[in-house]
Design a protein around this ligand. Structure first.
Ligand SMILES: Nc1ncnc2c1ncn2[C@@H]1O[C@H](COP(=O)(O)OP(=O)(O)OP(=O)(O)O)[C@@H](O)[C@H]1O
Length: 293
């Protein structure tokens, strides 16, 4: 397991990370969400040891990361750094060799990945001759070619069409299933909602929510309910401990204060007439994200 504990970092006087704490568990896809400038890339660079934290610690399987204990990382940086003029397969094999693979293994891994990412026919082409989406697939292959123990990917799905997303997702899921912790940042909330096991939300350099996808939904969803009655539901506004967030004729969506009783609201509704619907509202990740910002 990769553990970040109380990571802080400043650039000059500007504190960009404040006590960032979360785990990336083996075998799980962890989505790292945050608005532009919230600190995702800085955090990922600290995990990789490219940037030093000013406080806190990154640990791998309980041991602080040092040059000696650092696992092999597969990193897909935000600034995609491959060589435009080099042939795709040569470039990947060369990267594999840089990470210590012998030549046959580097070649075999390259072939397998290109095949898996539907790029086998482009193996001999220069990178720059590929479409941007296909270049992105090569970047993903570059992060995977040396069979890393940990995967850290900055926006791996941006710029991919839905078919490519499925292909890349399949490859990442395989790695996760083999026990590799996978941390990836994304702005595409619907995508993260569909594919990640765990979610970490960062805002202004602080982790504002983290947990399994289901935990977050429950935590944020428990408070919110929808009520549909047969006449105007405006009276809900006057109930104690209730905050109406949406009101549209007979339909009200409301939140309960801590200790609020949803059943009391239901009883109050039944006293007034028929109740057409009453249920907790399961928020989308998009709603959780906005609330956790
Ligand atoms: N090398 C640097 N020097 C000065 N400030 C920096 C540096 N790197 C990052 N920052 C600042 O740190 C803050 C966090 O940036 P970071 O790139 O980590 O955010 P991000 O969440 O990855 O954003 P995006 O989604 O736009 O990629 C920003 O205010 C950024 O301007």
């Amino acid at each position: 397991m990769l553990t970040l504990t109380a990571i802080s970092r400043s650039f000059g006087d500007h504190r960009v990370l404040h006590d960032v704490t979360f785990d990336v568990r083996p075998g799980r896809m962890t989505g790292f969400l945050g608005a532009n400038g919230s600190g995702k890339t800085t955090t990922m660079r600290i995990v990789l040891g490219v940037l030093a934290p000013h406080g806190g610690e990154v640990a791998w399987n309980g041991r602080p990361l040092t040059a000696g204990t650092r696992p092999s990382f597969g990193y897909m940086p935000e600034e995609r750094g491959l060589y435009p003029k080099m042939a795709v397969a040569d470039q990947l094999s060369w990267l594999g060799r840089l990470h210590g693979l012998d030549r046959p293994t580097a070649r075999a891994n390259t072939e397998r990945l290109l095949d898996r990412l539907d790029l086998a026919e482009r193996a001999g082409d220069q990178l720059e001759a590929l479409s941007l989406g296909n270049q992105q697939r090569v970047q993903i292959a570059a992060a995977l070619v040396h069979d890393p123990e940990v995967l850290v990917l900055d926006e791996p799905f941006s710029g991919l069409d839905p078919i490519a997303v499925e292909v890349v997702l399949g490859v990442l899921r395989e790695r996760a299933a083999a026990g590799v912790p996978v941390l990836f940042s994304s702005h595409q909330l619907a995508l993260v909602e569909q594919l990640c096991d765990d979610v970490v939300i960062i805002s202004g350099g602080r982790v504002t929510a983290s947990g399994t996808r289901e935990e977050l939904r429950e935590r944020y969803g428990a408070k919110r309910h929808e009520l549909v009655v047969s006449s105007d539901a405006g009276w809900v506004r006057d109930l104690p401990g209730v905050r109406v967030v949406e009101l549209d004729g007979p339909r009200a969506v409301f939140e309960l204060d801590a200790g609020g009783d949803d059943q009391a609201v239901l009883r109050a509704a039944l006293e007034r007439g028929a109740v057409r619907a009453f249920s907790p509202v399961v928020p989308t990740l998009d709603e959780i994200f906005k609330e956790a910002m």
